[in-house]
Design a protein around this ligand. Sequence first.
Ligand code: FES
Length: 302
Amino acid sequence: MWEYTDKVLELFYNPKNQGEIEETAEQNVKVATGEVGSIACGDALRLHLKVQVDTDKILDARFQTFGCTSAIASSSALTELVKGLTLDEALAVTNKDIANYLGGLPEAKMHCSVMGQEALEAAIFNYRGIEREVHDDDDEGTLICTCFGISDTKIRRVIRENSLITAEEVTNYVKAGGGCGSCLATIDDIIKEVQRESALPIAAPASNKSAVATKIAPSTLTTVQKIALIQKVLDEEVRPVLLADGGDVELYDVEGDRVKVLLQGACGSCSSSTATLKIAIEARLRDRISQSIVVEAVEPLF
Ligand code: FES
């Protein structure tokens, strides 16, 4: 179960500002709407802002959200945060502000706060007639994660704004990489590029948090050490991503550089399982242990 703060639970059970704002004939008032996410991807948010035209002030904000506890709470927090602000002031609200208002969100649920910030931006850009994708960055973005339709522009932005240093964190914030996993290696590359560009702290390998999975020359490993290291990388860096998508992987055997695994759950029957193996698992093991590792799937005996 997720650990939610009291504020998250309060706004989930008694959300503030839920509903829509209908178009109005009031003088000097307009309604702006921004919509992000999709129900097919698990959550969607439509944000309505009532704007005083001559001052750009947000008179009211309401939301309609399909999603989990954190999505509802984040949407409600967003509306509370922006009421009374001007549109320019509201544009400065970040996903961190939303998470902070809630007293924090579970790391794996940070994408809900990102969704709120994006809906806010979408509503304001719609109001101002600005093409959002173009405004986002200097280019229109290249699609990186086909499972969730996430572009490199969005990934770069969330890395910069939240100082993310691992692909797992990117998955937590924008879901990219949380499906078949075939984009994880590309996300790693983007993280390195952003770090070079912005002089963020150089990414420690995800496993550096626990010290063991640093790259070790394979020739210095005994067979037992190598198996233990492979197991550790699978447990700490690969399985969390697969589990998030209803799959799993189990180490079956190691013969020299051939690593045999059993794919389970959604991964075992997924048409993307080959890509998951070759790119997500093999690339990760190669990066952490040895470039000569080859991953093979074995069929369960029953
Ligand atoms: S392409 Fe990114 S998770 Fe499948």
